[in-house]
Design a protein around this ligand. Structure first.
Ligand code: NAD
Length: 493
């Protein structure tokens, strides 16, 4: 059985950034307390202890941050630089993040409980993502259009202005990098609002930006509660776009508030992704992928594969492989090298995930939990014998819980895979090329993985959701369109 490795944590890393001083807001290149003086505590989910006090931004602070971003947007030091200079600045951002990668990973592991091997990977990925976007300012073209010989028609791609970037708590550095790279590559300025449960690495990135040639005010950071700070940003008439990563409920609220002045909105929301395993698949590899799909990162991932469909002919064998693989998911201190799963992010979230296990039992589900549930630690759980309308099959749990179900043929696999309000991702396990392509085409999801799970491109592949998993895409060329307006210019000679 999986054991709790070291729930009583040993020595905690002590980054110099956590010097006991309350963390402040970054506005116009200077750090300042909230106008109200209010703060909140960010906690270490491993110990339950306070990591730092953090400024809680209100309306006046958001007003100041948006005004600073607007000034920076119009200032020649940012508006009029060459594509090469913009590119160079983004390379500096990547370099300074890379030079401090270990500290950023440690801050995320302390703040949201993810194992260090995972947060290291996420930070390294984020550096690659920024380097990817550093290449775009010199390669992002408008078009010339056909016209008669007495005219010249062409398009310009221009930045939107001030971007409000609102992020979730589960992958703080990554989510900031995914927004900061394309927003700055296309010449926008930003006000970033990280999640209140894990704001530290974003604030440290704010400090690191001060070591680059990025002009003051191009990136501002306001911390605080979503309903206050986030809402003030979304509601602000000086913000041109909201790029949001978070839950479906808040995504809907952001759309509603943004409709007031028709802000541009990109929504990266949740999922209930299917893992579909055909009888001809490498079942051992599929079991590894399926368990990683819902247990990696304690299931606190938007692409978590929480509905597992296996062909009915191999169900029993595949189930055994799944349970065996779940035993490899050791719970423990995020800084212990053998830890596969850290604690869930907070008591509140632990209660939420636990309540779904009660719901699953009440719905008649058979639950197999491999490991010990204690404090904020939650081992992987497989739920069987639940129908397609069960809440554990339909709702995003955001913890290490998956439902195991069967299918009969390819059409049934596609139909069941699509029987969800969400459409963020899916993984398909088969050795039959035709099956792979047919299912990839038939599934309504933004990313389809074949014989793999959760592979992330460093910017090259579009990422985002069908249906209620979101609106718009990050990465690819789509994201550049999402951070710019196209302008048609028609000249008559
Ligand atoms: P959340 O929606 O509760 O919060 C996300 C952010 O929105 C936080 O910064 C929060 O403070 C802010 N916020 C809350 N209320 C707000 C309001 N009224 N106005 C403006 N901002 C507000 O989500 P969470 O619990 O932090 O994160 C988990 C969710 O994020 C899951 O649903 C997960 O699937 C999703 N997620 C999606 C992706 C993706 O790329 N699709 C990636 C990671 C997480």
């Amino acid at each position: 059985m999986t054991s709790v490795l070291s729930v009583n944590p040993g020595a905690r890393p002590a980054p110099a950034f956590l010097d006991g001083a309350p963390k402040q807001l970054l506005i116009g290149g200077t750090w300042r307390t909230a106008a109200s003086g209010d703060t909140f505590d960010t906690l270490d989910p491993t110990t339950g202890g306070v990591l730092s006090r953090v400024a809680s931004a209100g309306q006046a602070d958001v007003d100041a941050a948006v005004a600073a971003a607007r000034r920076a947007f119009e200032d020649p030091s940012w508006a009029n630089i060459t594509p090469y200079q913009r590119s160079r600045i983004l390379l500096q951002v990547a370099d300074v993040m890379e030079a401090n990668a270990e500290e950023l990973a440690v801050l995320d592991s302390l703040d949201m409980g993810g194992p260090l091997w995972m947060t290291r990977w996420l930070v390294n990925h984020s550096v690659e993502v920024i380097r990817h976007y550093a290449g775009w300012p010199t390669k992002f073209y408008g078009q010339t259009a056909p016209s008669d010989s007495d005219a010249f028609h062409y398009t310009l791609r221009q930045p939107l202005g001030v971007v409000g970037a609102i992020t979730a708590w589960n992958g703080p550095v990554l989510q900031v990098a995914w927004k900061l790279g394309p927003a700055l590559a296309t010449g926008n300025t930003m006000v970033i609002k990280p999640a209140a449960w894990s704001p530290l690495s974003t604030l440290r990135i704010g400090e690191l930006l001060g070591e680059t040639d990025l002009p003051p005010g191009v990136v501002n950071i306001v911390t605080g509660d979503g309903a206050v700070t986030g809402e003030a940003l979304t509601n602000h008439p000086g913000v041109n776009k909201i790029s949001f990563t978070g839950s479906l409920g808040v995504g809907k609220r952001i759309l509603e508030v943004s409709s007031k002045d028709l802000k541009r909105v990109t929504l990266e929301l949740g999922g209930k992704s299917p893992t579909i395993v055909f009888a001809d698949a490498d079942l051992a590899a599929a079991a590894k992928g399926a368990v990683a799909g819902f247990a990696q990162g304690s299931g606190e991932g938007c692409v978590a594969g929480t509905r597992i469909f296996v062909h009915e002919s191999v169900r029993e064998h595949f189930r055994e492989l799944l349970i065996e693989e779940m035993k490899a998911y050791a719970l423990g201190d995020p800084f212990h090298p053998d830890t596969r799963m850290g604690p869930l992010v907070s008591d509140q979230h632990f209660e939420r995930v636990s309540s779904y296990l009660d719901v699953a039992r009440a719905e008649g589900g058979n639950l197999t939990t491999v490991g010990e549930t204690r404090d904020r630690y939650m081992p992987p759980t497989l739920v069987e014998n639940v129908g397609r309308d069960a809440r554990v099959v339909r709702e995003e749990i955001f913890g290490p819980v998956a439902a195991l179900m069967t299918f009969t043929d390819t059409a049934d696999a596609i139909a069941q895979g699509n029987d969800t309000d969400f459409g963020l991702a899916a993984s398909v396990w088969t050795t039959n090329l035709e099956t792979a392509h047919r299912v990839a085409r038939g599934l309504q999801a933004g990313t389809i993985w074949i014989n793999t799970y959760a592979e992330m491109s460093a910017g090259t592949m579009p990422f985002g959701g069908f249906k209620q998993s979101g609106i718009g895409r990050e990465h690819g060329t789509d994201v550049l369109d999402a951070y710019t307006e196209v302008k048609s210019v028609m000249i008559r000679f």
